[in-house]
Write a protein that binds this ligand. Structure first.
Ligand code: AMP
Length: 587
């Protein structure tokens, strides 16, 4: 590729990167050595929360600031490692008292508030499985995910409970206990528990569950082209990858002040918004508020952030806000900046290097991989537009699938193939909950097939090409078209629906829906608004379509499958490809 290369010279801000020589680090790496950086449970076994909290307290680092929470209204709450550990212990005791057992699923549905972090770590200490939900989800995605994971306990707020759970509680039969973070002053309902009251009454001592490396720890929901969301299972051993990738790909050093802007409702906000920074012993900043350019720049400056992990949509919003906001000195402390979740356009890398004085380091991973797999490193040159190279210990390749299920490796430089990873890294998902067949379909021999298309250049840098399926990435969030279509056809006027992603300069893609009406309904602006409103109410604004258009009917294959690919090609003026299986088409 002829893209400009951003060359690295020496240590940034006088700090020697953890990974100084990529080839050497890869040659010398072993997962056993990475595991040895952690302590393990005193009686054997492994627990994520122990590595994140107890270990530091046991080793005399309890007084260090672990989490600084910045509230929307300017409030600040600080937790040292010892305080966060004590709070997580209290919550683990609350769970034990309530009858939550090892392996039970504990969900959270909340904004970025300290109680969410405490709940995650406390649940892991109890040996329960932590499953975060995105607070902007509507009731439909929430219900589906709790039911799929047979959630027994939920930590949420009064407002979210009333709006998104209470009306459907009887349809979530497994949900035995709902803890309200702010329930103390609220009307006392029989079916909810005041979290703070329980926490106050609980002990700060807790004997951590004897979990083994293969015990289930995290359940993250992700979307595919077809069917309902899939619950990706991660085990306690994943902490080995969370820890070492934070060290190598995010260059975390123990004196860092680290800010991950991702919401814990998504996998990045858990792996790198809770676990990795804590196992690496840094101070992490959590901001409750939504994106605001001025606020973000102020946080970077006032909190002395040294490592910043964010996403392309946010970076593009900062670019839009203009460089005038960037006062001299605002970025003096920031040593390393990384980005994930969607393609990072080369202009954004070049912009950051020019205007902020540091380049963003793009990295790639997905819910199933549990941790960063491909990255640009602090010590290595960056090719803007490239996702970088595989982490030490990770073997990535490109493959082409044959009709018989076999795969052939693509060895030629800059030739497209499906991005594949050799199985065996610790944070690899261990299955989709209750969906063995769907899980197995992702593997061919020793390769895990990621569903992404990419190319590799002669220097081993990977370049993202696109998704191999119909899944949509909007503002970094993976959206399954089937989930959106299912909500649309629940509207009485809609007979069929198809959903595609259309390019958007800021969000990467936005969701666009095509709907055909039942015979009794007439197309009108009012009806369109009504369907849009219905979708937003059911799915929430992060998932609902931004635009809906009417069609007389939707193009289908002879076997009855809606051809989203064709709708997309027509929408974008691209070649229609093979349409030999097209059955009906009155669009
Ligand atoms: P999720 O499982 O929600 O984290 O989404 C994972 C998907 O996001 C990947 O399979 C890619 O399609 C996309 N993605 C993640 N990181 C990048 C990146 N650096 N460049 C391009 N696409 C990315």
């Amino acid at each position: 590729m002829d893209e400009p290369i951003i060359r690295k010279s020496g240590a940034a801000a006088g700090v020697q990167p953890n990974l100084t020589d990529y080839e050497k680090a890869c040659a010398e790496f072993s997962w056993e050595a990475a595991r040895a950086e952690l302590d393990g449970l005193p009686d054997g076994g492994l627990n994520i929360a122990y590595e994140a909290l107890d270990r530091h307290v046991a080793n005399g680092r309890g007084g260090k600031l672990a989490l600084r929470w910045l509230g929307k209204k300017g409030e600040v709450r600080d937790f040292t490692y010892a305080e966060l550990n004590a709070a997580a212990n209290r919550f683990a005791n609350v769970l034990a008292k309530t009858g939550i057992e090892k392996g039970d699923r504990v969900y959270t549905l909340a904004g970025r508030v300290p109680e969410l972090y405490i709940a995650a770590l406390g649940a892991l200490k109890r040996g329960a499985v932590f499953s975060p939900l995105f607070s902007v989800f509507g009731p439909e995605p929430i219900r589906t995910r709790i039911n799929r994971g047979e959630g027994r306990a939920l930590v949420t707020t009064e407002r979210l409970y009333k709006k998104k759970i209470a009306p459907w509680r009887s349809e979530i039969p497994s949900l035995d206990h709902v803890f309200l973070i702010d329930g103390r002053e609220a009307d006392k309902h029989e079916e909810v528990i005041d979290l703070q009251g329980e926490m106050d009454a609980a002990s700060e001592q807790f004997e951590i569950a004897q979990t083994g490396p293969e015990d289930m720890a995290l359940l993250h929901f992700t979307s595919g082209t077809t069917g309902r969301p899939k619950g990706a299972i991660h085990v306690h051993e994943a902490v080995v990858a969370h820890h070492i990738t934070g060290k190598y790909a995010l260059d975390l050093h123990k004196d860092d002040v680290y800010w991950c802007t991702a919401d814990p409702g998504w996998v990045t906000g858990t792996s790198y918004g809770i676990i990795s920074p804590l196992t690496n012993g840094v101070t992490m900043i959590v901001d409750e508020a939504d994106f605001d350019a001025e606020r973000w720049y102020s946080i970077l400056r006032d909190q002395n952030v040294t490592v910043w992990y964010t996403a392309p949509t946010a970076i593009r919003m900062l670019m839009r806000a203009g460089a005038d906001m960037i006062e001299p000195g605002r970025f003096d402390k920031v040593r390393f900046m990384a980005s994930v979740g969607e393609p990072l356009n080369p202009e954004a890398v070049v912009w950051s290097n020019e205007k902020l004085g540091r380049p963003f380091h793009d990295n790639w991973w997905q819910t199933e991989t549990g941790g960063i797999m491909i990255a640009n490193f602090a010590s290595e040159d960056i090719k803007p537009g490239s996702m970088g190279r595989p982490l030490p210990g990770v073997e990535a390749g490109l493959v082409q699938r044959g009709d018989d299920g076999s795969v052939r490796e693509v060895a030629e430089p800059m030739k497209e193939g499906e991005l594949a990873l050799k199985s065996g890294w610790p944070s690899m998902f261990r299955g989709y909950l209750h969906e063995e067949e769907r899980y197995r379909k992702n593997f061919a021999g020793e390769w895990y097939l990621t569903g992404d298309l990419a190319m590799r250049d002669k220097d081993g840098y990977f370049w993202f090409v696109g998704r191999a399926d119909d899944v949509i990435k909007s503002a970094g969030h993976l959206i399954g078209p089937f989930e959106v279509e299912s909500a649309l056809v629940e509207h009485p006027a809609v007979s069929e629906a198809a959903v595609i992603g259309v390019p958007d300069p800021v969000a990467g893609e936005t969701v666009k829906a095509f709907v055909a009406l039942n015979p009794d309904y007439e197309e009108s602006d009012a009806l369109l608004k009504d369907i849009l409103g219905h979708a937003r109410k059911r799915l929430g604004p992060a998932v609902a379509p931004k635009e809906i258009v009417f069609r007389k009917s939707l193009p289908r294959t002879r076997s009855g499958k809606i051809m989203r690919r064709l709708l997309k090609a027509r929408e974008l003026g691209l070649p229609e490809g093979d349409i030999s299986t097209l059955e009906s088409d009155e669009t």
